[in-house]
Design a protein around this ligand. Structure first.
Ligand code: BGC
Length: 413
């Protein structure tokens, strides 16, 4: 028998599960910006993805089999509002069926109303650079809340405003591919696009970047009110990707880290925390100024540093809200580091909780291998391996390690 004296238990009722997003898994979504850019060869083709639109029931069976008691999905805006101001009841019915499938398996649903992709009518008319974008977004969120609010009690408005704006308007790696030339001079970690070399390069893009960030904060705040009106009593938050900036002992590096954390986390949270019942934290990467250590790398080329989750969670403690780890995970095709990575994440989450962060649940990214943004199908984040030709699913060994943690409601070693 294993020695269970060193267990790290979580509070009763703690939620454990995984996250997915619509365009990365569902397949068959053509009426949106990423699909259009895929047709133009600027991002990889999406195609049928995991065919999750048709296979969600059997995928939730797998989640159930793995012990999950919560699951985070996103709603595809271009399905719900394919034409400006026209909403598609048939697609709402689809998501109601998805929620019913989760309920039938006693898996608690978390909905993110928008995860990166824009309906074509919106992106082609300026997207979040449009003056009235916040109002348009809030109207969409209100509609979704009205239709799905009886079947789901946890909504997040936006997935990751910072990477969205940063990759779209500073790095130029994601739609709408606007690049600020200064980005190459600051070594901040982020998403690459091995696919597209075409950018709209301009120094003015930095101004657009800041404007889009403001628009997103306003969109969240308006959407919060709309969701509250339409889904009475539902919990509404945002999902924020925390890049953890830290430093060696050098005071200049410490100042740099302080400034970057202010810009990346506190500037956004300062604008929206009064309209958040909870905060979703996604954690994948850190940047330590003045660091000379070398790190093992994930398949994304990111440092293997799950320990950063603890300080990432502590960064949002000051807002005094319940926190969900809405995503954390690793691209690891060989499944050689995933189990250890998950254990280390969970250990650090426990430390953050001991230090007073009110964490309520943990959702691994992702249940399935899926369309990893500008890397297409080449990066494997899944607890479950997907063969994209046959749609066959194979549970990876690390998924069972996570299952054991869930069954024990804590770490065993
Ligand atoms: C995003 C996901 C993405 C994951 C891994 C997160 O920032 O929300 O859509 O697949 O990171 O890169």
């Amino acid at each position: 028998m294993s020695d269970r004296s060193d267990t790290k238990k979580f509070p009763e009722g703690f939620y454990w599960g995984a996250a997915t997003s619509s365009f990365q898994t569902e397949g068959g979504i053509e009426n949106m910006d990423w699909a259009k850019y895929a047709r133009e060869g600027r991002v990889p083709e999406i195609g049928n993805a995991c065919d999750f639109y048709n296979r969600y029931e059997s995928d939730f069976d797998i989640a159930k089999q793995l012990g999950h008691n919560c699951h985070r999905i996103s709603i595809e805006w271009s399905r719900i509002e394919p034409v400006e101001g026209t909403f598609d009841e048939k697609e709402i019915k689809h998501y109601l069926d998805v929620l019913a499938a989760l309920r039938a398996r006693h898996i608690k649903p978390f909905i993110t109303i928008w995860h990166f992709t824009l309906p074509l009518w919106f992106s082609e008319s300026g997207g979040f650079e449009r003056k009235d974008a916040p109002e348009i977004f809030a109207r969409y969120c209100g509609y979704v809340a009205k239709k799905l609010g009886n079947d789901c009690r946890h909504f997040a408005t936006i997935n990751e405003p910072l990477p969205y704006a940063s990759n779209g308007w500073r790095r130029g790696t994601w739609p709408p591919f606007k690049k600020w030339p200064g980005i190459d001079r600051i070594g901040v970690p982020g998403y690459k696009n091995p696919h597209s070399s075409k950018h709209d390069v301009s120094w003015r893009n930095i101004l657009r970047y800041f404007r889009v960030l403001k628009q997103l904060a306003k969109a969240h705040n308006l959407a919060y009110d709309e969701i509250k009106k339409n889904a009475f009593g539902a919990e509404v938050g945002i999902v924020h990707h925390v890049v953890l900036f830290h430093a060696n002992a050098n005071p200049i590096n410490k100042l740099l880290a302080w400034f970057m954390n202010w810009h990346w986390t506190h500037q956004l949270m300062g604008r929206i925390h009064h309209k958040c019942d909870s905060i979703g934290v996604n954690y994948y990467m850190h940047k330590k100024f003045g660091d000379t250590a070398t790190y093992e790398k994930t398949d994304m080329g990111w440092d293997v540093y799950p320990e950063g989750l603890c300080n990432a969670l502590l960064l949002v403690k000051r807002y005094g809200k319940p926190v969900w780890v809405a995503e954390a995970g690793v691209a690891d095709a060989a499944d050689s580091i995933r189990a250890d990575y998950i254990k280390r994440l969970i250990r650090c989450m426990h430390v953050a909780m001991e230090k007073g962060v009110d964490v309520r649940g943990f959702m691994y990214w992702s249940l399935l291998d899926n369309y990893e943004l500008a890397h297409g199908y080449t990066k494997k984040f899944g607890l479950v391996e997907v063969d994209f030709k046959t749609q066959e699913r194979k549970i990876r060994p690390s998924a069972y390690v996570y299952k054991e943690i869930i069954e024990h409601n804590g770490l065993v070693d």
